[in-house]
Design a protein around this ligand. Structure first.
Ligand code: LAN
Length: 742
């Protein structure tokens, strides 16, 4: 009966949601309830938002320049929290869409096709939704972008084309025809960038000779004093290179089929049999070229392609290759087991699963443990079924949501919601380091850290640990009668140890690990579509979050590692100053873009005790943000900022609620209210004007990014940050809230 109730609940949700009227509710229930985790599908990017709650009620206020009356702003915040707490999952987090990149789903489809598992792992009703997703994101010119908002690329188009065909669409379907002519008019699939070539090799429709070498032998090289050992790469680059090198090392391609033969004739210009594959190793469509290989890289790959056949001709070479493959498979199993088969990200998830299948395709092979965890990456929204960029952003969003709700001052009223979030925060903290000798596995310590998503995933991250710690401290301060049991002090201390251990020599913090090699290693970045992927660089976001967390912890527990924290903050401050740009801004690497980076920059400096009056860098940062406020009172930044590394306003001069909230949070923290409150009154009004009548905020343009060039959706941000900004605004206007670390 619990099941019936759950089905009823989902059914009522679908039938009351006008976005789903096109599809049968039963079909969607099967998808959501049957095979997949229960998640709430949310409107994303395609449907118009409900009307604003404030069109009439606030307009009269918005022409004045006074502070917004407390009762009006409280009504907005209450509506916002009320709506948002309704989306909270039973386990305390807020599930949400984490799609955006368009190359992830094709990777999964190709892998499952090669494994002969497509129809088992993705039943019909899932495939329907996947086709819908692909069709929804086809551009007008017939192509597909690297991500849902991007203009067409060969990478996106070729992989989506293959996916449509593998999902059963015929070559004569209009969408397929259009995609094909996009590809052929740009020279065909030989111009797909290297990652695309790799997937096509796996499918058996591209020759391995046309792919630059990915030698597994690199794993056998000594680690010490070797700046290009894969163990020194950024963990995402390393964990993708690992199965790639295994699959390349055994030239693992799927069996030829009628469909793959058809694809060979559809995707290439001219006769497939006469293609000179060696000549295609470095070909890449201009639409895809974000980071072009330096000549020295091309020379290196050329050299390797000449050496490899000789190397493998005789016994010692073959013996070394066999050992390299054994070692890479051993590392693959280690990663599988220590992420409970989720894997660090969507790319290595698919490639590890494939590697396991190629190693042992029988019933007893470890690929069988992979398939149940494919669903962790799937997400259904009204644009269809997508593969998400991670197994979710659970902890990250939950930690921000807690801080936002506490800032609204409504935390007593909504203590049940916060108790539940608190439980999620306790339940997702990583309690152990990985087993065995960490250095042999190139792993950082993780005991006490927080991950981005779930404890099962388990990879620790500097700023996720920091935001987790900040939220845990906020909840602890509420008292356990209201907020439930706190994270034990010992575990908070472990978290501080991890955060301190993450600090680099240069004073900054990177993402999952310390920076282990030099920037020049970027010379061998083979992925034309991604920038800055080779090493784990120090970032303003990770550094500032770590500093804020250390400062907040120090305020609460002043004796624990007092000197270390003091020194660390001092070094962190120097680092932040060193990467500030001349115009006062910071480049944000993980969301868009300068507004995000500058929010972190300002909060980081403030955590070391700097004030507007005493710190020139802060004054410049504030000036930068103020200069970007738009006539409507909001801020709005385009994803092109991340690509071009120059501030780009959103098209049409519209503002974005998330950018507006970040800018306001930064200005509020800097004490702007006491200098000139007007920009903040105007910012707050713009947030309230944008709020929907149900308390939600509209889903606007995409706000997340990685590797400078690929965008990713953070659907929870539109609820969290406006609430947080309005909360802080009220605190500063109507009562003083001392900023952290002071
Ligand atoms: C993420 C998501 C979270 C993000 C923050 C914690 C927000 C950030 O502050 C640090 C970097 C981190 C952890 C991050 C790094 C890159 C990720 C893992 C992603 C953007 C999610 C997806 C992306 C991953 C690389 C996507 C897979 C694609 C490849 C090119 C391998």
């Amino acid at each position: 009966s619990a099941d019936t109730a759950e089905v009823e609940r989902i059914r009522s949700q679908f039938t009351s949601n006008r976005c789903f009227q096109r599809h049968s509710a039963d079909e969607l229930i099967r998808v959501q309830y049957g095979a997949l985790r229960k998640k709430r599908a949310r409107e994303i990017h395609t449907s118009p938002p409900p009307p604003s709650a404030y069109d009439t009620s606030v307009r009269s206020v918005s022409v004045t320049e006074d502070p917004i009356p407390r009762s009006v702003i409280e009504r907005s915040m209450r509506a916002g929290v009320e709506f948002y707490q309704g989306l909270q999952d039973e386990d305390g987090h807020w599930a949400s869409d984490y799609g955006g990149p368009l190359f992830l789903l094709p990777g999964l489809i190709i892998a499952l096709y090669v494994m002969g598992q497509l129809d088992h792992v993705l039943p019909d009703y899932v495939q329907v939704e996947m086709r819908r997703y692909l069709l929804n994101h086809q551009n007008e010119d017939g192509g597909f972008g690297l991500h849902i908002e991007g203009s067409s690329t060969m990478f996106g188009t070729t992989l989506s084309y293959v996916s449509m065909r593998l999902l059963g669409m015929t070559a004569t379907t209009e969408a397929v025809v259009n995609a094909r002519s996009w590809i052929l008019s740009r020279g065909g699939a030989i111009n797909v960038p290297s990652w695309g070539k790799f997937y096509l090799c796996i499918l058996g429709i591209y020759d391995w000779e046309g792919l630059n070498p990915v030698p597994p032998e690199c794993w056998l090289l000594p680690y010490e004093y070797n700046p290009i050992h894969p163990g020194r790469f950024w963990c995402h680059c390393r964990m993708v290179y690992l199965p790639m090198s295994y699959l390349y090392g055994c030239r693992a391609s799927g069996a030829s089929s009628f469909l793959t033969e058809e694809l060979k004739s559809e995707l290439f210009v001219g006769n497939y049999k006469t293609i000179n594959w060696d000549k295609t190793r470095n070909t890449c469509a201009s639409e895809d070229l974000y980071y072009s290989h330096p000549r020295i890289q091309d020379a290196l790959w050329w050299g390797l392609t000449k050496v490899e056949p000789f190397f493998l001709r005789w016994w010692p070479g073959r013996w070394i290759r066999a050992n390299a493959l054994k070692l890479t498979m051993n590392h693959i199993h280690y990663e599988d087991e220590n992420t409970r088969y989720i894997n660090i990200g969507p790319v290595n998830k698919v490639m590890n699963m494939l590697s396991c299948w190629f190693q042992d395709p029988s019933e007893f092979g470890s690929w069988r443990k992979h398939t149940p965890r494919v669903a962790d990456y799937l997400w259904l929204a009204e644009d269809g079924m997508k593969m998400a960029g991670y197994n979710g952003s659970q902890l990250w969003d939950c930690a921000f949501a807690v801080q936002a709700i506490v800032a609204t001052g409504l935390h007593v009223e909504y203590s049940a919601c916060l108790r539940s979030a608190h439980k999620y925060i306790r339940d997702s903290q990583v309690l152990d380091d990985c087993p065995g000798q960490l250095s042999r596995r190139f792993r950082h310590i993780s005991k006490g850290a927080w991950p981005f998503s779930t404890r099962d995933h388990g990879w620790p991250i500097s700023d996720c640990s920091s935001e987790g710690l900040k939220a845990a401290l906020e909840l602890e301060a509420m008292g356990s009668e209201r907020a439930g049991p706190s994270v034990p002090v010992g575990l908070l201390q472990e978290c501080v140890n991890v955060i301190l251990s993450y600090q680099n020599m240069g004073g900054g913090w990177a993402t999952y690990e310390n920076t282990r090699s030099y920037e020049w290693v970027e010379i061998i970045n083979p992925a034309e579509t991604f920038g800055d992927i080779m090493i784990d660089y120090p970032y303003v976001e990770c550094s500032s979050a770590s500093m804020q967390a250390l400062a907040k912890f120090h305020q609460r527990y002043p004796t624990y590692r007092k000197q270390d924290i003091k020194k660390s903050l001092h070094r962190g401050r120097k680092f932040l100053l060193s990467i500030q740009r001349r115009d006062g801004s910071w480049y944000g690497s993980w969301a868009i873009c300068f507004t995000y980076g500058t929010w972190f920059g300002i909060k980081g400096l403030m955590s070391t005790g700097s004030t507007f009056e005493t710190c020139e860098a802060l004054r410049r940062a504030v000036k930068f943000l103020l200069s970007k406020q738009m006539p409507c009172g909001g801020w709005g930044e385009s994803y092109l900022s991340s690509q071009t590394k120059q501030y780009v306003q959103l098209e049409g001069g519209v503002s974005h609620v998330v950018n507006t909230a970040w800018a306001m949070l930064a200005l509020l923290a800097s004490g702007q209210i006491s200098r000139d409150p007007l920009p903040l009154h105007r910012g707050a009004r713009s947030l309230m004007r944008a709020q929907c009548s149900n308390g939600d905020w509209p889903q606007q343009t995409i706000m997340g990014v990685f590797n400078n060039n690929c965008m990713i959706t953070y659907a929870n941000y539109r609820n969290i940050f406006p609430l947080w900004a309005l909360g802080e605004y009220t605190n500063y206007v109507y009562g003083f809230r001392p900023s952290e670390g002071q």
